[in-house]
Ligand binder design. Structure first.
Ligand SMILES: [Zn+2]
Ligand SMILES: [Zn+2]
Length: 464
């Protein structure tokens, strides 16, 4: 009886272990959070797709789209192709994807893979690159060392031009197919071109130094900017809760005080920026774009983090001597001076030339290295004549092809009759060299005409 009681007690003490609920997708871990090379949300999505052996587009459409808000095209890549960069950005698209992937993968804090935590400080204009960018050396190193291949968020920022580890320019063009990649495409895969599917790591024989044309000063500035932005991204997880616009305005005021005793006009003059622009920044009425902000910081020799957190410093000197890119809005390109006489002669020569086919105006403008609209503005009459010559030739070519196709159709119908087959449009289309031309009614009509001609012949021959 005592034993029975003990057993009963034991049963009562047993508690069911608690298992976390299973996630629908693999719970892969984001890479490098808290470092300069934090993974991007787009990169995470492509790794997740790869883990499930699915193209990224399929993962987005089948898994993400149903859990994401329908605004902004939801997860349907076809609808958001032009805006996929925003999935790493500061807005609702990035946050929706982050929370959808959190639900599906069971991971938390995926918003740290986007710029959303910096939304108050980073205006979205020119913030993210329109195309995917990568460092071929990083990819190759990771492949050799069997590191996971992934895409750091830093690479997607427009202000960042070089790799912080290899100090080479980030690539935007695939060295195999010479095409650019969208930030997220249907066949995106970490380390591989989404167009030709080839490996993007450095190929043997490629030169490490793709910065040959940069001066030492330019290189130093590019590397400094990359590091400064990288440090900012690294600090994302330890951000104070509210990083507001007002903090940035305050940072500007503090630095105006340090650099020029509170004189905004003097500060603006030293930075070679319009006074009104700096005044608006100091009053929180406007925000500088990230690339401008980081260049201001470079001139003040304060990292972005030091600038924003207003880390104490006795005095600040604006240093424009090292700065290679002028902060002033770029002057408009000088109007090109054309040698009008020379241009006219070349146009005349093109008009008189019996080149076959004659070139379209766009091609002429390209040959003369002049904008097509400018060319038209300068020589409207001759341009009209060049276009008319091109149109006339194209029209003649069209009629010639229609006539050829009609004759081919006629031959095909006769051949089919001779073989005892009914000359259906499908059979005819298999015998002619330009089946697409059957869409023109004149060509299609040739079938009926020949059929008629053939039956008349038969009637004629049977009456003889
Ligand atoms: Zn690299
Ligand atoms: Zn390619």
């Amino acid at each position: 009886m005592k034993l029975l009681h003990q057993n009963h007690q034991l049963h009562q003490d047993l508690v069911l272990p608690s298992y976390p609920s299973r996630s629908r997708l693999f719970c892969i871990k984001p890479i490098g959070i808290g470092t300069q090379l934090t993974e991007s949300l787009i990169g995470f999505t492509t790794r997740l797709s790869e883990a499930h052996c699915l193209p990224s587009g399929v993962l987005m459409e089948r898994e993400v789209a149903p859990t994401i808000a329908k605004i902004h095209g939801g997860g349907n890549l076809h609808k958001i192709y032009d805006h996929t960069a925003a999935l790493n950005g500061t807005g609702v698209m990035a946050l929706s994807l982050a929370s959808a992937l959190e639900k599906l993968s069971g991971q938390i804090n995926l918003h740290l893979l986007t710029l959303a935590p910096w939304s108050e400080l980073m205006p979205s204009r020119r913030l993210l690159r329109r195309n995917r960018a990568w460092c071929s050396f990083c990819y190759e190193t990771w492949r050799i060392t069997e590191h996971i291949i992934y895409e750091p968020l830093l690479w997607s920022l427009d202000a960042v031009k070089v790799c912080p580890l290899h100090h080479c320019l980030l690539c935007e063009t695939c060295s195999h197919c010479h095409q650019k990649n969208l930030p997220l495409a249907w066949h995106s895969r970490p380390g591989y071109c989404s167009k030709c599917h080839d490996w993007l790591g450095l190929q043997p024989g490629n030169s490490v130094n793709n910065l040959k044309n940069c001066t030492e000063d330019e290189l130093r500035e590019l590397a400094w900017i990359t590091n400064s932005v990288g440090d900012l991204l690294a600090s994302t997880p330890s951000l104070p809760l509210s990083f507001t616009k007002e903090i940035l305005a305050q940072a500007f005021r503090v630095h105006v005080n340090l650099a020029s005793n509170g004189n905004v006009a003097e500060f603006a003059r030293q930075l070679q920026l319009p006074r009104n622009t700096v005044w608006l920044w100091c009053n929180g009425k406007n925000l500088p774009q990230l690339d401008t902000l980081v260049q201001v910081c470079y001139r003040l020799d304060r990292s972005l983090i030091e600038f924003i957190t207003q880390e104490p410093k006795q005095s600040i000197h604006v240093n424009v001597t090292n700065a290679t890119t002028p902060l002033k809005s770029k002057p408009k390109a000088k109007a090109r001076v054309f040698n009008m006489e020379n241009l006219e002669q070349q146009l005349e020569a093109i008009l008189l030339n019996h080149q076959c086919p004659p070139p379209p105006l766009a091609e002429v403008a390209r040959q003369l290295e002049i904008n097509e609209k400018t060319l038209f503005r300068l020589f409207a009459e001759m341009c009209r004549a060049i276009s008319a010559k091109y149109d006339k030739f194209q029209k003649a070519l069209y009629y010639q092809r229609i006539e050829q196709s009609r004759e081919e159709v006629r031959q095909a119908v006769i051949k089919l009759y001779n073989e005892g087959l009914y000359p259906s449009e499908e059979r005819v289309s298999q015998l002619v060299s330009r089946p697409g031309y059957l869409r023109y009614k004149q060509v299609r009509a040739a079938i009926e005409e020949t059929k008629l001609e053939f039956s008349i012949q038969r009637i004629d021959s049977s009456t003889i």
